[in-house]
Design a protein around this ligand. Structure first.
Ligand SMILES: [Zn+2]
Length: 369
């Protein structure tokens, strides 16, 4: 899932995202809550209509951003008080307000409000944090069950929603039926303690959600620890429901974790790296800003058939980056997203052939320089 933090995958318009074959985007509740605000998005018909994106959207709970971006947070049983990174204003997120915000935004998949435990942390602290996340998961589910009808498309002031008569708005975005509901996923925490991860998984499954995420990873722990925790956690999550690993990862990571049974992943890496001139290719990573590419007429990735690689040279992309042209960010992002999507297509193909992603993982490691 590419990350579209503020209802935009930076630098790439929605029609191009569709063309690339992106089926689901992630939006960040924390950012959208601060700007443009949940009520504004709701009045405009919800995220799908607001950003003109007819395919699936997942919003996170806001918890991770509150813990990583905002200042002066104060954590209580009730929730967390934090200051906006935009203007310093004070806000409060709880399981109830995070659900209210995500119902108002109207994504297809929404996430329970959790506390992301920092790494490293003392054992007692990890247990307390995990217990808090479990109590918050119950409160999230309770609020959701009581308020799930309050989605933007169930609004009886439908007349406000007619914001235009373009074909896209009419044909793709008005097909949502009032009976359509969001899916609320639970989040497993437990730090780097295998026993706590198991307990968190089992007790979250007991509460009961249509899908489960493994949270609290990629927060500074060594990569082998991430892998061990995923392995230790995933066996306690139902294989017939979506299993989502949050905040991961590199192309190699997504092959590896798909191989372990992970169904969904999100990461800012392909898009953020692109904006900094880092391209993922079948021949490894290249930093397009380097002078060595100034006269290089090869495509960014000779094995990639994306619209960037089939049209432009490394020399041109290097020039755009050096000249600080906006187009550099757009083209780099389109290639990186294509590369990630191709990687996932290869994973799915490999699985459908019955070879599993293990096969691909081996191919991958051999292809690396
Ligand atoms: Zn490409």
């Amino acid at each position: 899932m590419p990350v579209g933090t503020v209802a935009s995958v930076k630098g790439v318009p929605q029609d191009v995202l569709e063309e690339l074959g992106i089926e689901i985007l992630l939006g960040n509740t924390y950012h959208l809550y601060l700007r443009p605000g949940v009520e504004q998005v709701r009045r405009l018909g919800g995220l799908h209509r607001f950003m003109s994106w007819p395919r699936a959207i997942l919003t996170d709970s806001g918890g991770f951003q509150v813990f990583s971006l905002s200042d002066l947070r104060k954590l209580t049983e009730e929730g967390v008080t934090f200051r906006s990174h935009l203007d310093g204003s004070s806000h409060f997120f709880s399981p109830e307000t995070a659900m209210e915000a995500q119902i108002g935004l109207g994504a297809d998949i929404i996430m329970a409000f959790d506390e992301c435990t920092e790494y490293p942390a003392e054992p007692e602290r990890v247990r307390e944090s995990m217990e808090l996340t479990l109590r918050w998961a119950e409160r999230s589910k309770r609020y959701f069950e009581e308020h799930k009808n309050e989605v933007p498309w169930n609004n009886n002031s439908n007349c406000q929603l007619h914001t235009g008569n373009s074909e896209i708005r009419n044909s793709k975005l008005e097909t949502r039926h009032s009976s359509e509901m969001q899916a609320l996923f639970g989040i497993v925490q437990g730090g780097s303690d295998f026993a706590l991860r198991k307990e968190s998984a089992e007790r979250t499954v007991e509460i009961g959600f249509p899908g489960y995420a493994i949270g609290g990873l990629s927060v500074g722990e060594p990569r082998h620890v991430t892998r061990e925790i995923v392995e230790a956690t995933i066996e306690h999550l139902p294989a017939d429901q979506p299993r989502y690993l949050m905040g991961v990862g590199t192309p190699e990571d997504i092959v590896e974790y798909a191989n372990l049974g992970i169904d969904m992943m999100d990461c800012v890496l392909p898009t953020r790296a692109a904006r900094h001139g880092l391209l993922f290719t079948s021949e490894g990573r290249i930093s397009i800003k380097q002078a060595q590419y100034a006269g290089d007429q090869n495509p960014p990735d000779p094995n990639c058939r994306c619209k960037v690689c089939s049209r432009y040279s490394r020399a041109y992309l290097r020039h755009l980056y050096a000249a600080n042209e906006i187009l550099a960010q757009t083209l780099n992002t389109i290639h990186n997203l294509s590369f990630y999507l191709d990687t996932m297509r290869a994973v799915r193909h490999s699985i459908s052939l019955g070879r599993g992603a293990r096969f691909l993982s081996e191919v991958w490691s051999q292809a690396k320089p």
